[in-house]
Design a protein around this ligand. Structure first.
Ligand code: F6R
Length: 366
């Protein structure tokens, strides 16, 4: 059942080229210039005319929501808010008929997310679900939705569901941008091709597994870790930190790299590993400066970089290369080495990676 892998988590990490392709299949065809999201068909008007998009979710799904915020605002120029479902449901939010709410959930059973949906529905908003488990409670409570089709995710730490969620949200953002005219035809087509190429790039990224094991060996006994990224890679930093803490029980924090100087920089000393997502994108030079700031304080730097990188390589203690992508889709590839790293560290520490202590796969209580 684990397909020859020692743990479900590893199997699910390795399934990602296929699970992302499955998610895109039948929906995206770049050559034909086609992007069809069946679940959106009856609600395209509501989506297109929404004054605001509110994304609500918990945990890793909330991280996918943060990536989507950047995607929707960049490509479709619609204001987006991303809310923890547990906060949204209790804080008396301003919400109404012009809002389009996207609820993201792997299990489709998360109690807080379900309650947030019910609240938004009672205020007249349109609710769209992005779920993995077919027939679960959330898809039944929403007006419409898209399944991620990532297949069953058994490991408690979410991996392939996260990349499938982002894939759906990316398609939604492209569709919306095209329909609203904020994306030109040529840019739209170019982005369709970029997204279609992602499964192959994830496949490439998985080839760093042996090198990542080596890095895991070196850092498996640390007590703390910091994850930093900017732009589209900021949510990847949060997700990298969550993956490490939940399965290896190492304290880890994710931050936008520029926020480091407002506090976390005080933590940096020769014991502190700092994981940077430093791919070639519009904030690359700024991330390089952040890396220099860490090195100046003797921190250890492990960086996920774009193939062929030289600048970060020259200053980091370790680099992990991933293929070049459009920056908007970088999270789909950049998260993979961080998933692998957490996995190996947890296994080396003798942790139960598929069933970490105190955690449940679906959180059906608040
Ligand atoms: C992290 C993790 C949790 C879930 C969260 C939401 O690896 O698994 O943080 O992401 O409990 O669960 P779903 O997506 O099922 O609503």
């Amino acid at each position: 059942e684990k397909g020859g892998y020692e743990h479900f988590m590893m199997k699910e990490i390795y399934e990602q080229p296929k699970s992302i392709a499955d998610c895109l299949r039948g929906r995206l065809d770049a050559k034909a210039g086609r992007l069809v999201l069946g679940g959106l068909r009856d609600y395209m008007n509501k989506f297109q005319n929404a004054e605001r998009i509110i994304i609500t979710a918990c945990g890793t799904s909330w991280h996918a929501g943060l990536v989507a915020e950047y995607l929707f605002e960049e490509f479709a120029r619609v204001p987006v808010e991303v809310e923890y479902a547990s906060e949204f449901r209790y804080r008396n939010p301003v919400i109404g008929e012009k809002d389009f709410v996207i609820a993201i959930s792997q299990s489709g059973e998360t109690a807080d997310t379900l309650a947030a949906i019910e609240l938004a529905k009672s205020k007249g908003a349109t609710i769209f679900g992005v779920c993995n488990v077919v027939g679960s409670s959330i898809p039944r409570a929403t007006h419409a939705g898209c399944y991620t089709h990532a297949g069953p995710e058994i490991g408690v730490a979410s991996t392939k569901a996260f990349t499938a969620q982002i894939s759906i949200l990316a398609m939604m953002a492209l569709k919306l941008g095209y329909q609203r005219g904020t994306l030109t035809e040529s840019k739209y087509i170019q982005l369709l091709y970029e997204l279609e190429a992602i499964p192959g790039k994830v496949e490439q990224a998985l080839k760093s597994n042996e090198a990542i094991k080596y890095i895991a060996e070196e850092y498996k006994d640390v007590r703390n870790a910091l994850y930093l990224g900017r732009g589209y890679n900021f949510p990847v930093a949060l997700e990298g930190a969550l993956k490490l803490k939940e399965i290896s029980y190492i304290h880890a924090e994710g931050y936008p790299a520029a926020e480091m100087k407002h506090g976390p920089i005080a933590l940096i000393d020769e014991e502190m590993p700092v994981f940077f997502i430093a791919t070639k994108d519009s904030s690359y030079e700024k991330v390089v400066s952040n890396i220099q700031e860490v090195k100046a304080r003797k921190g250890k730097v492990i960086a996920v970089v774009t193939e062929g990188d030289t600048q970060v390589k020259a200053i980091a203690d370790h680099v992990i290369e991933i293929p070049e992508t459009h920056e908007a889709f970088a999270p789909l590839v950049a998260v993979v080495p961080l998933q692998l790293l957490s996995y190996h560290i947890a296994v080396m520490r003798g942790c139960n990676v598929d069933q970490p202590r105190n955690l449940a796969k679906s959180v059906t209580v608040e």
